[in-house]
Each structure stands twice: as structure tokens, then as C-alpha cells.
Design a binder for this molecule. Structure first.
Ligand SMILES: [Zn+2]
Length: 272
């Protein structure tokens, strides 16, 4: 069993066991993590199932999940615009954004529609090819080490549902810190271990995606701790509720309430 990637402690309390995989809570720092992860390299070959065409990504998409992602990304872009208006007052849209784990490029596509200058990195060649061919995006399979060596720096870095996949989040965050401009912002979104959904569904929790893909299972507290250890001294919880009209009034109202108490499905943090 591996030591806690956040604090190095080896003692844990078992929380979920699935087949041979054990997810435990570190007795040192409280991070919940996968104790015996499978080999990294092979599992992302067919991670993205791309059964849609480039222009299926739109508000009135024939695929319901794509319409939802389109709306979610619209809200993410609006969030970034509100932040950049505070941070880069005179720059307008003239900032650089890097999306780590950009996948098929849907979020970046929404960014370019808003006029942002963006690029992305991912490990899946399939997904990167799709993003290039369909949306003409500047995306590559470069690693954070590559970008550090090249001396690249960005104003905004986004990690939507990426940090929970990373074996050693603290080490990777230190690299992210190294490619963020002074005064720049990192936006991180992860599944929320303290969500009502997790409490109700336990092992069947969709945000778990365990045991294959997810390595860490964050709460607001452990996410903040990990970010601070990764070199981000200022962190602010800014949960995005992702109100979706097609889901109806009750769904959206309950999301708003859960969100207020950091019990919604996702956690969003702004860090610098
Ligand atoms: Zn720990």
C-alpha cells in the first residue's frame, strides 16, 4: 500500500473496498486516496469514447449529455470572464489560458467562441486529434515538465476533473505553479467526497470513477490542503452550481442549497 501522496503518512482508515482495490482515509492529513492504484500508462488509451461529430457540441445537440456539457462550459466561461475582469482589468480578453486535461477540447471550443486565447494538453491522442481536426485548437500531448522546460507561462490555468486522476497531486501542482504567471489564477474542479450524492450512493457514486481512474477523493478541506502544499497560498472555494434548465425547478433548487454548504457534486477552487 502506498503512502499518502499529500503528507507521506502510511496509516489509514479503510473507507471503500472494491474487488482488490482499497480506498482509505489518511490518518495524518485526512485525504482519502486509492492505496493500490493500477499502472497509469495503459488505462487512458480508450478513456474518451467519441461517438459524436464536432458540430454535435451545441445547445440543441442531438446528444443530451453534449447539450448539458455545452451549458456547463458556458457557465465556466462566464465564471472565468468574471474573474479575469477583476484580475486583468485593462487586458480585456487578452490573457492566455491553458486547460490541463483538455480531452476532446469542448471547454476550449467554448472559450474560443468567447474570444479567449487558449491551448490545452492531454494524454489521449484520440481526443487531441478530435480537438485539432474539429475545432482547430492548439492542443498537444506535452507534459507539465515539457512546458516548464520551454519556460511557458499562462495567466489562467484550468483543471476540470483532472486533479483526482493524478497519482501525486502535490508534485504536479508545484509544476502547475511554475507555469502560472505572477498574478495568474488556477481554477480546479473535482468531485466532492462530502457531496449528498456520495453519502447516498456510496460505492455507486458516479464522481468516484474508482478504482481505475481516480486516485484522490477530495473534500473542501483536503483540496485546500493539497493546493497549499502544491504552492498555492491563496485559495478560495467558489463552487459553481451548474443550474440546468432541463432538469427542472426542484433539481436546481436543491443543487443551490447543497452548493451553499459545499455538499453539491463538485468542488471549485480559485487558487493563486
Ligand atoms: Zn495524508
Amino acid at each position: 500500500m502506498r503512502a499518502c501522496p499529500n503528507c507521506g503518512n502510511k496509516e489509514y482508515k479503510e473507507r471503500i473496498r472494491e474487488k482488490d482495490f482499497i480506498i482509505g482515509e489518511c490518518k495524518g492529513c485526512g485525504l482519502t486516496y486509492l492505496l493500490n492504484p493500477p499502472d497509469e500508462k495503459e488505462i487512458y488509451e480508450d478513456y474518451y469514447t467519441i461517438e459524436f461529430k464536432g458540430d454535435d457540441y451545441r445547445k440543441d445537440s442531438p446528444y443530451e449529455h453534449l447539450s448539458e456539457i455545452f451549458e456547463i462550459n458556458r457557465q465556466r466561461v462566464a465564471f472565468i470572464r468574471s474573474l479575469t475582469q477583476q484580475v486583468f482589468k485593462s487586458a480585456g480578453n487578452n490573457f492566455t489560458l491553458l486547460d490541463i486535461g483538455c480531452g476532446t477540447g469542448l471547454f476550449l471550443k467554448s472559450c474560443t467562441a468567447a474570444g479567449f486565447r487558449v491551448s490545452g494538453i492531454d494524454v489521449s491522442m484520440n481526443a487531441l486529434n478530435f480537438a485539432r481536426e474539429n475545432y482547430k485548437l492548439d492542443v498537444s500531448s506535452k507534459t507539465l515538465d515539457d512546458l516548464l522546460k520551454e519556460g511557458k507561462k499562462y495567466d489562467i490555468i484550468t483543471m476540470w476533473h483532472v486533479l483526482e486522476h493524478i497519482m501525486n497531486p502535490v508534485e504536479e501542482l508545484k509544476k502547475v505553479r511554475g507555469i502560472l504567471k505572477e498574478g495568474g489564477l488556477l481554477i480546479v474542479e473535482v468531485p466532492n467526497l462530502n457531496s449528498v450524492k456520495f453519502r447516498l450512493s456510496g460505492k455507486k457514486w458516479k464522481g468516484g470513477n474508482h478504482p481505475l481512474y481516480h486516485r484522490s477523493f477530495f473534500t473542501a478541506g483536503t483540496l485546500k490542503d493539497t493546493l497549499i502544499k502544491g504552492g498555492f497560498s491563496k485559495t478560495e472555494l467558489r463552487n459553481l452550481p451548474y443550474i440546468l434548465e432541463n432538469k427542472g425547478f426542484l433539481y436546481n433548487q436543491s443543487k443551490k442549497v447543497f452548493n451553499k454548504f459545499s455538499a453539491d457534486a463538485f468542488l471549485d477552487v480559485k487558487a493563486s
